[in-house]
Design a binder for this molecule. Sequence first.
Ligand code: SF4
Ligand code: ZN
Length: 313
Amino acid sequence: MPACVHCGKPAVVALDYANIDLCGLCFTCLFERRVWKANREFKLFKRGDRVVVGVSGGKDSSAMLFVLSKMAGQIGFEILPVLVDEGIEGYRNKAIPLAEQLCERLGLQLKIHSYKQAVGKSMDEIVQLRDAGKIRGKSCSFCGVLRRRALDNAAVELKATKIAVGHNADDVAQTFLMNLLRGEPQRNERFGVTSMHEQSTDFGGVVPRIRPLVFNTEKEAAEYCLVNDLPFYLGDCPYAVEAFRGEVKDFLNNVEEKYPGTKFNLLHSFLKEKGGQASPAKEKAVVLKCAKCNSPASGELCKACEIAELLKA
Ligand code: SF4
Ligand code: ZN
């Protein structure tokens, strides 16, 4: 068994891109230091913040919740865990008890917002409608919009000052690449580690969204959960196969396997290009408001209201 490069104890985690092995404790320190680094570089948290933490029962959000629960006392912010239940049988219903378990362990009260409550349909029902030809679109396009809106609504309800989402280095690198591959580089201008603009276009909402795990990879989030004995659900969403993101993810994982460090290179290219923030110039360009809910929109209705209307029809 290899030894930890820092302390010499038996290593449990191998970081191929850095060619080092770490023991559980040294890896935990590294993972948490990177969250502190994101906090410093992007000014994520301040004393008195009320932070909605989006949890799903998955590895990223479980790792994030655990790290933030340690940071909250030191910085002086409050954690408000919110789980968005899409209504996907065999997936989210299996993950929810694990999220509840972790919240209970941390003494936090979990709030659950469901699509069913919000728009009268679960994700499974939306997919059934789509498969019956009654509505058109990819499942993740509906789901992404509704999830954002659910978190925005929860944040307004709870008078939160921030929404922390469990997007890791892989997610940010994927989004960056996807926007390029779709021929929509302008989307990368609106996308940041901490971004107001993201909510102020299609999705409504006014609470800034932050990504504390931006400097950690997806694999490291899973390893952090394992090393720290955190409950998390490992299954995949049955609709993920429809997503373009899945293709980009597989591509990046393959390249990373052959050329360790590729994901971080992509992430740093993205961050260097924009300093991690959404472009202020673009933020000012948004003028339209949704006719139904008053959220900023790119057309007459915001995307969430468009979907809600579609589902009523
Ligand atoms: Fe929703 Fe798509 Fe994620 Fe499944 S994979 S939870 S449908 S966004
Ligand atoms: Zn609206």
